[in-house]
Design a protein around this ligand. Sequence first.
Ligand code: GRF
Length: 188
Amino acid sequence: MIRLAILGSGSGSNALNIIEQSKDRKDVQVGLIICNVAGAGILQHAQNNGIPAVQMSNSELNSELALLDLLKEHHIDWIILAGFLRKIGSNICQAFPNKIINIHPALLPKYGGKGMYGHFVHDAVFQNKETQSGITIHYVNEHYDEGNIIAQFTAELAPTDLPKDIESKVRALEMAHFPTVIFETVLK
Ligand code: GRF
């Protein structure tokens, strides 16, 4: 059984989707949820599904040791970042080489890097009148959004699409593809 830890900071819709799609699998399971924001939806999803969840402060995360211990204690094989708004430190990257996966709500290398998260991404795509956006699922290394790309999926945008419409097209791609790509990647 391959055990995933999901790290998130927000509502946790991707985390919930991964939890639900892994429930009946015999080869992959979500073993731990880690969140740096008190009261975030992702913690509630963990609780509702009987998955151990830990809230860690940003200073605990900065020191990395507590996180490494926790991952070890829960026998975690892969780390999944699903809306986690903190940089992953070099100790964690080294302890999980090519075993950290992130989802980015745009077609990298466009609209990536520091500050490009959540609505900022969709606002920028809108401002630039892009005809396409999408999702990028990629490995994480020590630099924001620069790890090798595992998969990308594209949504066509209409000239009338507002940032909220772009966001819902991107969300639909996340819901349709992220769990499947994770399972394929960790089982390779
Ligand atoms: C998603 O759009 C994901 O692509 C981005 O952060 C958002 C997380 O949303 N990295 P949720 O917490 O899964 O609802």
